[in-house]
Structures are given as C-alpha cells and as structure tokens.
Design a protein around this ligand. Structure first.
Ligand SMILES: Cc1cc2nc3c(=O)[nH]c(=O)nc-3n(C[C@H](O)[C@H](O)[C@H](O)COP(=O)(O)OP(=O)(O)OC[C@H]3O[C@@H](n4cnc5c(N)ncnc54)[C@H](O)[C@@H]3O)c2cc1C
Length: 498
C-alpha cells in the first residue's frame, strides 16, 4: 500500500492511460476521481455505431497482450473475465501497386512467413530470420530501460553499456537498416511501415524502432472480441469495481489546474466547481496541459516545440456488400513510399498517393454490420496540423475522400463508391478538438529524431509538485500497450514520492 493512501488523486482524462492509472492507484489504496470531457471513456480508443454498423474509431490492432494481462493481474483479476483477446491470422494482407498485383500476408507463424517471402524473393528468407533476430535483440536491449521504467535521461544512458548504445542502432534510420537487410523492395516497404506504428517516418526515425516487427510478428497481432472498444470498457469496469469515480461529459472538462505556485491544489471544472486534489495525473497531452491548464506556467510550453507524431484521416464506410479480397487488416501501399513521408512530414500536406489501411472488423465479428454488408475503417496517415494545410477549407474533406475512394477502386474494390450506404469522416482537426490532441497527433510525439526517447516530457512534471503525466505524449510513448505501461510508471513514481 502507498503512503499516499487516503490521498486524493484526480485524473484528467479517461483515455487508456488515465484509466490504467486509476486502476493502479485504486489498488494502491488511493481515493481516485477521473474527469473526462467526452461522453464516453476510452479517449482515442472509441466507438461509432450508426444504422446497424459499428466501427472502432481509433486503434484496431492490439499488440503486447501481456501488458493488459499484467494490469488485470495486479488488481487480482483475469483479463479474460473482462475482455477476450483473439489472435488475428493473417495479421495483415498487403496489396502492392505493381504490375503483378502482388499480395503478401504477414503472420506470426514462421512457416507461413517463410512461404510468403519465398514467393517474392527466396534470398530474403534468410534475411528475414536475421532481421527478426536483430529485432528481438533490440527488444531485449531496450524494453527494460525504455518501456518498463520511468525515463531519466542521464541515469538511463548510464545504465546502458556503451557497447549496447551501438547495438540499439540509433545512428541509422529504420529505412537504412531495413534496406540493408532485404533485397526485395516490397519487403523493404513492408518492414519500413512499422515506423508508422508510433506515427513516425521510416526515413527519419532511428533504427531502434525496428523492435516493432518483433513485437508484432514475434509476439502476434490481436483483436478484442466485440471490437477494441471492449478493452476500454474492460478498463472502466475494473476501475469502477475498485471504487474509482469516473465523471464523463462536457461539464466535467477540466479547465484549469490550480496550484499555489509550487504544488497542485485542485482542478477547476467547466461547470465552475473546484475539486481539491493532493495529486493530479494529467492524461491530457503534455503541451496542451502546460499551455491550457497551467496558464501561469506558459514558459514551460517548450514541450510544444517537440515534433508531434503524424495525424490521420479516417473514413468510416458502411457498405451494402462485402469484398472477398479483404481480410481483417489490409494495406494498400503507395507507389512511392519515400515521397509519401516527405509529403506528410516535410511538406506537411496530405499525400496524393497515400498508403491506405483498411480494417474490416466484420470479418471477425459479423454482427458489426447487417448481414451481407460490411463496416470498413479506412485510415490514411496525415500530417499533424500546421499552417501548410487547412482541413476546414471548403471541399478539403470531400476532395481527399474522393481520392481515397478512387484509389481503393483502382486496387480492385470495384464500384466502392456506389456501395457506400453510410459514411463518416474524422480529420486531424476532429482529433485535435475531440481529444485535445496537440496538433491532431495520433500517438503524441513522433520518434523522428534519434534522441526522441530522451526528449519526451517526463512522467513527473517539472516545476509543479504533485503533477504527473500519463499517455501518448509522455514516456514511453503512444499506442495502447505503451500508454498502459505509462500508467505503471506513473503509479511507481507516485509511490516513490509518497
Ligand atoms: C485513428 C487512430 C488509430 C490508432 N491505431 C492504433 C493501433 O492500431 N494500435 C494502438 O496501440 N494504438 C493506436 N492508436 C493510438 C492510441 O489510440 C493512443 O496512443 C492511445 O489510445 C492514447 O491513449 P492516452 O492514454 O494517451 O489518452 P487519449 O486517448 O489521448 O485520451 C485523453 C483523454 O483526455 C480527455 N481530455 C482532454 N482534455 C481534457 C480536459 N480538459 N478535461 C477532461 N478530459 C480531457 C480526452 O477527451 C481523452 O478522452 C490509434 C489512434 C488513432 C486516433
């Protein structure tokens, strides 16, 4: 039990990081109250239900299932009693815009991966084994220091054996390491794509991110029965069983963190009420927290200078038919990957030749669409918000939507446009407004810098005692497993400080 027992903890935001922190602190004996400005918990992991169709609006792929199991186990529960994880096979089907219309399927089965690679380039089978061994080595070298504990740049640099510094491959980019490993350009594009799992560019992010193929292909890709939102519901249910009070809705939005200049004292809500707190955990974006909630601390807005991860443009399509060539997760690759990322991260405008991700949960959960119909979640990486592009300008959304639908038709989804019964869009502007995501970033901060792991804002706020950060914009980063790990780090720091 914490010495902070009986201390009053306020958590701002009921994203996955906020809910996981609430669970941990409640288990530690604290009194925990969560304030969420939206009607539903889950943050970016959310839900849309209309006309018999259902879509998850954020994450679609679950990795590192042991992270969720550990969270429930530390509360004396079994994850399986709250949410059922289902392995997805194939993990993803990739469609290439080449003359052969190549299709490639990834799997956590070594024999299936070997057979697929052999079809493209037999020499790359051995390359795959070498690459996965390297990816696993990266994981073994970095996970303990970078994922499972709070990051203290100097201490952690010292913790690393100088020889390991080279072994974690920070001086090459993801692409340089991948291109040096595989002969077939289609495999290079496929393994480059893993840099986007935390919203980064493979041409800029350090090769250390090549741990991600091991996390997905070595440990497996998972889905949550009923849809990923079931995982948010599982976190919420467990938190409430442990006595956490969760308030949702606009009147509960936190407008200000009240301090006495040094120590947090309370949060002020949109309704005008003030709620006292000994400790505040902000699940809100760090830059937003400093600039909007801690107004007297604007000098700390240096965090807003860090580069956000990419954002996303999403189409939720309800179709009056199904496309048999699609599986649960699908990628329609762009023709020029390098140009695509330069457009997104350098020009900061939407790519005219985008890679298109399609998730069809109805393939696994048929009740997500009426019989014979299908629910497609279509995601394209988009630049974070800047002056370079304005999603609010007339026809911006319609034009980009048309481009994507046309491209999907070119990939063989014939008559897609006329098959659409229902459609909704989510732009970077929506992400910024709905979740107060800094510049609409999906994953918090990008890793487009070899020192990004050390530049992330720390989980313990600087200059304000009693304030902690959890979630994608702090350590260890974005994605549901990492924000869940972030909660563990925050709970440990609070215990340490109490
Ligand atoms: C389209 C999309 C696809 C994604 N795909 C994947 C994927 O496949 N796999 C994966 O692991 N991850 C994926 N992610 C990323 C993942 O969703 C996020 O990294 C993770 O959910 C972020 O959790 P968080 O704890 O940082 O909080 P957030 O989800 O950012 O939640 C923060 C919460 O704070 C609330 N809030 C903000 N301001 C206030 C305020 N003033 N007062 C009260 N409440 C406030 C917000 O409403 C929100 O609910 C995806 C995200 C998106 C958007």
């Amino acid at each position: 039990m914490l010495k902070s027992e009986k201390k009053k903890i306020v958590i701002i935001g009921a994203g996955m990081g906020g809910l996981a922190t609430a669970i941990r602190l409640a288990v530690a004996g604290c009194s925990v109250e969560v304030f969420e400005k939206n009607e539903r918990t889950g943050g970016k992991l959310n839900l849309l239900e209309k006309g018999g169709f259902r879509w998850d609006t954020g994450p679609s792929l679950v990795t590192m299932p042991f992270v969720y199991r550990e969270l429930f186990a530390m509360a004396g529960r079994k994850l399986e009693d709250y949410a059922k994880l289902i392995p997805i096979e194939p993990i993803c089907r990739y469609f290439y815009p080449d003359a052969q219309n190549t299709i490639f399927e990834t799997s956590d089965s070594i024999s299936k991966m070997t057979a697929e690679i052999e079809k493209l380039e037999p020499h790359d089978v051995a390359a795959y084994f070498r690459f996965m061994a390297y990816s696993r080595r990266l994981y073994d070298l970095t996970a303990e220091v970078f994922l499972f504990q709070g990051l203290n740049a100097l201490r952690d640099l010292r913790q690393l054996d100088p020889r390991d510094m080279f072994k974690i491959d920070p001086f090459r980019t993801v692409h340089q390491a991948v291109a040096a490993s595989f002969k077939d350009p289609r495999l290079v594009q496929l393994f480059d794509r893993y840099a986007t799992y935390n919203g980064s560019s493979p041409y800029l992010a350090p090769a250390t991110l090549n741990i991600i193929p091991y996390v997905e292909l070595g440990m497996g890709g998972w889905y949550v029965q009923g849809g990923l939102y079931a995982l948010a519901q599982a976190y919420q249910k467990l938190a409430e069983e442990l006595g956490v009070t969760i308030h949702t809705g606009l009147e509960w939005a936190v407008e200000r963190i009240v301090t006495n200049g040094r120590q947090v004292q309370a949060v002020q809500l949109k309704s005008g009420a003030t709620v006292a707190a000994d400790i505040i955990v902000a699940n809100t974006d760090v830059a937003y927290t400093y600039s909007h909630l801690l107004k007297e601390k604007v000098n700390q807005s240096r965090w807003s200078k860090l580069e956000p991860s990419c954002s996303g443009f999403v189409l939720f399509l309800g179709l009056n038919r199904q496309y048999s060539q699609l599986t649960h997760h699908n990628i329609l690759f762009s023709r020029d990957y390098r140009r695509e990322f330069a457009t997104i991260f350098e020009d900061k405008v939407p790519s005219l030749d985008p890679t298109i991700y399609i998730c069809w949960t109805g393939k696994t959960d048929p009740e997500h669409a009426p019989p014979g119909k299908s629910n497609l979640f279509v995601l394209v990486n988009a630049p974070y918000l800047s002056d370079a592009f304005d999603w609010a300008k007339p026809k911006a959304i319609q034009t980009y939507r048309n481009l994507i639908v046309n491209r999907m038709e070119e990939f063989g989804l014939t008559d897609l446009n006329s098959a659409i019964e229902l459609e909704y869009t989510m732009t970077p502007l929506d992400l910024a407004q709905r979740y107060n995501a800094e510049r609409g970033a999906i994953y918090g901060l990008s890793s487009n810098n070899r020192f990004s792991a050390f530049l992330r804002p720390p989980n313990r706020a600087k200059g304000v005692d009693g304030l902690y950060f959890v979630g994608g914009s702090t350590h260890p980063g974005g994605g549901i497993p990492l924000v869940t790990l972030s909660a563990r780090i925050v709970a440990d720091l609070i215990a340490e400080d109490s």
